[in-house]
Ligand binder design. Structure first.
Ligand SMILES: Nc1nc2c(ncn2[C@@H]2O[C@H](COP(=O)(O)OP(=O)(O)OP(=O)(O)O)[C@@H](O)[C@H]2O)c(=O)[nH]1
Length: 388
């Protein structure tokens, strides 16, 4: 098989160009930071393609021009990829570190090409810079991989580890060969294997970026389906899922779950007096008040309108009533500020206990609903416990 470095570089450049166009035009929706990150990665691929084309047409340029332009494009693409990846992951961008590594890398290449020319040292220098860049990328991916909540981040992390391993192999080969090639353009086994495998790196990294993007879109959709956009707490679907998993745990531990149905009193009068926007702000403050009273294992969700449901695992009647009373009095003591005026809001709460033996939370929810109705009828601003 006859492969030459120029042909491989031409194929790599074409591939990077096509990938850049696919990333740029193939992504439109989704989280803003993720789309911006993908677009920046597309720009990095374009720059990378320029570097490949310089190598592909090296016979039309002087050796120094190939070296300087090729490395400028290559190092710029690496720096842009660091920032792009962090943009997609919504992490600190590390522009300065990326730029510093790029400039340092370029100055080193110039030094080892002109003032103190040594091909093997130059390759070693470039490899060290690439390893530093990759470590910055790996550090961005590491957290997600350790938490095991993302496969895309792990795949991308392995891509960078493999690229580092390939560079290590190239350097070891160059330092152990009796007659190492004196430039990347020289047709040698080391150069061909390196360009061939390293040429796959943009493809693998871009697939990793797309998988990351896909994961972010899926997470966004998951949240959209379960999070109430106004208050930020879970909605009915989220509550249903939370109650199912809580019930499964309660069954295993033979414990009961507390259910609180909380409804703002005379909320309509707030809307009528101040308008819906101020009413929304009061709902937000009400949710903040409820949240402050909860343990980390408790969940609060919006059932609809001005009605909220709290699920509190491992509680008995007395604990549940105490929690409900804390919420009721915290709301009563809060001075809700509406359009510069303070407003006193109260809540009525229906409480019920779900036994671990119950098939679902529906019956407990109905009991809490009946207790809430009693609290409203008894004059509001109170807690009522449902009969078991
Ligand atoms: N601002 C705002 N108001 C809402 C929202 N959802 C429901 N509401 C209002 O909440 C009010 C509920 O009114 P009612 O069901 O009559 O209850 P209430 O006035 O709180 O009276 P009681 O529950 O009997 O004490 C209605 O005016 C709804 O328009 C919302 O997302 N934002």
């Amino acid at each position: 098989m006859h492969l030459n470095v120029e042909t491989l570089a031409l194929v790599d450049g074409g591939q990077a160009l096509v990938l850049a166009l696919m990333l740029w035009f193939g992504t439109r929706n989704g989280s803003n930071h993720a789309v911006k990150g993908l677009r920046l990665r597309a720009v990095a691929l374009l720059v990378e393609a320029c570097g490949d084309f310089v190598l592909a047409f090296d016979d039309k340029l002087s050796a120094l021009a190939v070296l300087l332009f090729g490395n400028t494009f290559n190092l710029t693409a690496q720096a842009l990829t660091i920032v792009a990846l962090r943009m997609v992951l919504n992490r600190s961008l590390r522009w300065r570190e990326a730029l510093l590594l790029g400039v340092t890398g370029w100055l080193g290449v110039v030094y080892f090409s002109t003032a103190h020319p040594d091909y093997r040292v130059r390759v070693l220098w470039g490899s060290c810079i690439f390893v530093c860049n990759s470590l910055l990328n790996i550090s961005a991916l590491w957290g997600g991989c350790r938490k095991r909540d993302t496969r895309a981040q792990c795949l991308l992390l392995w891509t960078y580890i493999l690229a580092i391993a390939l560079l290590a192999w190239r350097n070891v080969s160059l330092w152990t060969l009796t007659a190492p090639p004196q430039s990347i353009g020289v047709p040698s086994a080391v150069n061909v294997i390196y360009v061939l495998l390293f040429g796959l790196q943009p493809l693998l990294a871009s697939v990793g970026f797309l998988l990351l993007y896909n994961e972010i879109l899926q997470r966004d959709l998951y949240d959209l389906a379960r999070i109430d956009p106004l208050t930020g707490v879970i909605n009915r679907l989220g509550l249903l899922e939370a109650s199912q998993s809580m019930l499964a745990r309660a069954r295993a531990k033979r414990e009961s779950i507390g259910v609180l149905l909380i409804d703002a009193d005379h909320f309509k009068s707030i809307n009528d007096r101040f308008g819906h926007d101020d009413g929304d702000r009061v709902l937000l403050e009400l949710v903040a008040n409820i949240r402050r009273m909860l343990r980390t294992s408790d969940r609060v969700g919006r059932v609809g309108g001005e009605e909220f449901l709290v699920l509190s695992p491992s509680v008995k009647e007395a604990d549940l009533l105490a929690l409900a009373e804390r919420i009721r009095s915290a709301v009563e003591r809060t001075s809700f500020s509406i359009s510069g005026q303070s407003y006193a809001l109260t809540v009525s709460i229906g409480a019920a206990i779900a036994d671990a033996g119950e098939p679902d939370m529906m019956a407990a929810r109905r009991r809490a609903d009946a207790a809430l109705y009693q609290a409203k009828r008894a004059g509001r601003n109170r807690v009522m416990l449902a009969a078991p």
